[in-house]
Structures are given as C-alpha cells and as structure tokens.
Write a protein that binds this ligand. Sequence first.
Ligand code: PEP
Length: 248
Amino acid sequence: MTNATRCLIAGNWKMNGILQESLDFVKELQANPAPEHVEVALMPPFTLLHSLADSFSEKDVRLGAQSMYCEVSGAFTGSISPMMLRDAGCHYVILGHSERRDIMHEGNTLIRKKLDVAWSHGLEPILCIGEHLEERESGRTNEVLKEQLSVLADVNTGVSLTVAYEPVWAIGTGKTASPEQVKETHAFVHEELSRLGHDCRVLYGGSVNPNNAAELLACDGVDGALVGGASLKADSFMKIIEAAAETA
Ligand code: PEP
C-alpha cells in the first residue's frame, strides 16, 4: 500500500447478473464479512443497483456503476445519469474502462466530461487506464498511460479518485502482468499522478483470480484490485478479499 487509505477490492460484473443470482451472492458475502482494513465494492449492472443497495450497508460493501453518461437528465435515450446513480446508492463509477474505450469509442474528451460530472454529483471515479499488447511490445506503455492520465490535467488536487491500471492484454484473457511489470508500471502511474497533483489508490486489474491475487496485491504500488470474471462467483471473490486481508 502506498498511502493511508484502505486496500480496495472491487468487482466489475460487466454485462452479467440477474436478480436471483445476485441475491445468492449477497447471502454468501454477508456470511463472510471482509475485515476492517479491506474495502469491498461491487459494480453490478444498473438493473441490480437498487436491490444490492437495499441488501448491503455502505459500511460493508460500497456500490458502483460500470459507466454513466456525462449529462444529468434529458433526451439521451438509453443513458444513465450521475444523479440516478447517486439515487441508486452508488459511491463509485468506473470511467475509461478499455471495453468502453475500444468498443464504444470513448476517448479523453468524453472521459474528462464524465469525470467532471461525476465529481460534481459526489461520485468517486475509478479511472481505468492500460496499454494494448502491441503498445507494450513496442515500448510505448508509459507514453500511452501518460496520455490517458492527461484527462486529470487541471483537476483540483482534493477530488476523490481511484485509478485502475489494467493492461488490456490481461483483461479477460487469463494472462496477468508479471510482478516486475506490475511494480514498474504502478511506480510510473503513481509518479505521473503525483506530477499532476494527485495522491490516490492505484488498483491492478487484469485476470486477477484466487491463485494470483496474493502475489499481485503484494507488489509495491498496488493498492487493491479491480476484478472482472473472478468477481462473478462469491466463492472466488471472497478468496481474493482474503488474499488482500493477508497482504494489506
Ligand atoms: C475488468 O473488467 O476490469 C477486468 C479486470 O476483468 P478480468 O478480471 O476478467 O480480466
């Protein structure tokens, strides 16, 4: 851990989860509460936010959304606003996830608008950054991350913010960055954040699972994990929380 805040284990369910499954998940998680020094958050699909908010207290599990639009209300069919997310009990919102960047073509201008509207509505963004395989292989990782972090230029230093470093080639592929790559890249991300005036948690994301969580979470500069596939089953998610409890 690089600062005084708690280690965060956040589960991104992506486009998975229906009501009954989520209620079973809640029961299992509630039977095994995380220790005080580990913060747990879940990002279910929008349709499950209200029901999960009714099931958990914010003290036990914080809720987040996987995305949102950059306007508060109006004629934006199919979109969800920061105000609606607050109303549904969200603390966090994931912004800049590589699936949104690559599939929905979201770029820095839109991400910055979303960051500003998230902050003005009391949401804490989890800003995802990460390089593609060809960018890593051609030695451009730091250049890409610097460009993605440039959305934080001229942002007030006091804002609530979490960053997630997620190498795109490690997301949903079963490949993870090596501990050396993680340490080196997290050191660069913390350094760049500090140059921009921010001292915040930097999570690692990319095929984190119960077998590799302890090693990844123990790397210098890793302040928690953003977990996709392995957060869908309570059993594997709880094992990652246990690994965090032992290493944090
Ligand atoms: C993610 O979606 O942010 C993620 C890290 O997914 P996975 O753990 O499945 O690689």
